[in-house]
Design a protein. Structure first.
Length: 364
């Protein structure tokens, strides 16, 4: 009897903890929580009522374009007023975007729900989402951050935050009919294959030349001239040590690469080698206001870093505040931008690791 009581008490405690966590989970969270959470659900989850509740939220937010707005925490329980607000905003086509993993995250989630349940409305929403991606692509192969919004930097070909790479990877999974996209009709698969190939052509055409030599890419390019372009005030035309790594990894993932792709990869890897920052690391400290801050300090035997932005002329790393003025020391910009943006990364190491494998496989 004592053992049964202990078991019941333990079970009750676990259920109570789950209920509390579940309640918090249904409250509004930062949108990145949804982007991180959605791919981690196991297959069994998609057969549960909770999976369908979230899926119905995802359907609710899908706009008349077939795409989705960004920065939405889909698992949140909505009040009646919130439901009415979402319904009234569905026709605001200017909010449809591929930025911040929007649209691609929702398409994948609904595809997994359809695979688990066979409920047609989820399949139809996935197909509309894929058609949105196809319609949003420019004839030159690039994708804008927002579509059909037709003003501002949102119309630029957008590599920033891997927006275009994410869409292209989804397109490839779809036309190869990898799970969860096994149900995509052949005609849409053919269209996604064409879109992917055009995207590769765009990547090759936008690779920036410096004194006649290929380098890497800007975070965004003008959709007409293909030149490096400005976005927000602190996002100036530059060579990107942040976004270019995922572009190179995508190019290296293509089987039987053309001479043009090989040339592009070799040039980009050379650029990453030439621009790595050695002997410098982040050091965090508490400032005079009691806030967490950081500075760059010298170090020995530390991993190389890459800056987010490099000058187009001579590969000089720079940072920028909301005044749009280039600075060459992180301490020269304000606290808000210094800590509100990822200025340095070590993702070039991923490029180097993959490159060694890729190089060995070229002759096979």
């Amino acid at each position: 009897m004592k053992r049964i009581s202990i078991f019941c008490l333990t079970l009750f405690s676990l259920l109570n903890v789950f209920a509390q966590e579940h309640s918090i989970y249904k409250e509004k969270q930062p949108y990145k929580s949804w982007v991180r959470m959605a791919p981690k659900f196991d297959d069994a989850f998609f057969k549960t009522p909770e999976a369908l509740r979230i899926a119905n939220n995802v359907l609710l937010y899908q706009q008349t374009t077939g795409g989705w707005p960004k920065n939405i925490y889909m698992p949140a329980e909505l009040s009646q007023q919130e439901l009415e607000d979402v319904l009234s905003e569905k026709k605001d086509v200017n909010e449809s975007t591929i930025d911040n993993n929007a649209t691609s995250t929702e398409i994948r989630y609904l595809a997994r729900v359809y695979q688990a349940t066979g409920i047609e409305k989820y399949k139809n929403a996935v197909l509309e989402g894929i058609r949105y991606i196809l319609k949003a692509q420019y004839p030159n192969g690039g994708w804008p951050q927002f579509w059909p919004r037709n003003t501002g930097y949102y119309t630029h070909i957008t590599y920033n935050d891997n927006a275009m790479v994410n869409v292209m990877e989804l397109a490839r999974e779809a036309y190869e009919k990898k799970a969860p996209y096994t149900f995509i009709p052949d005609n849409l698969c053919d269209s996604m294959r064409t879109a992917f190939n055009k995207g590769i052509e765009c990547i090759l055409k936008t690779q920036v030349k410096q004194n006649g030599k290929l380098t890497v890419w800007c975070a965004q390019h003008d959709e007409h001239t293909l030149a490096p372009a400005k976005a927000r005030a602190y996002e100036l035309p530059s060579l990107s040590g942040q976004e270019s790594d995922e572009i190179v990894l995508l190019l290296m993932s293509i089987p039987h690469p053309s001479k043009e792709i090989i040339k592009a990869v070799e040039a980009a890897v050379d650029w990453f080698k030439a621009t790595q920052i050695n002997g410098l690391k982040k050091e965090y400290f508490t400032d005079s206001d009691g806030k967490k801050d950081f500075r760059m300090v010298s170090c020995r035997n530390c991993e190389p870093l890459w800056a987010r932005f490099y000058t187009l002329e001579n590969n000089r790393p720079f940072v920028c505040d909301r005044d749009g003025v280039k600075k060459f020391n992180i301490s020269e910009i304000g606290y808000e931008r210094r800590n509100g943006y990822k200025w340095y990364n070590n993702d070039g190491l991923k490029v180097f690791k993959k490159y060694e494998q890729w190089k060995k496989g070229l002759g096979k």
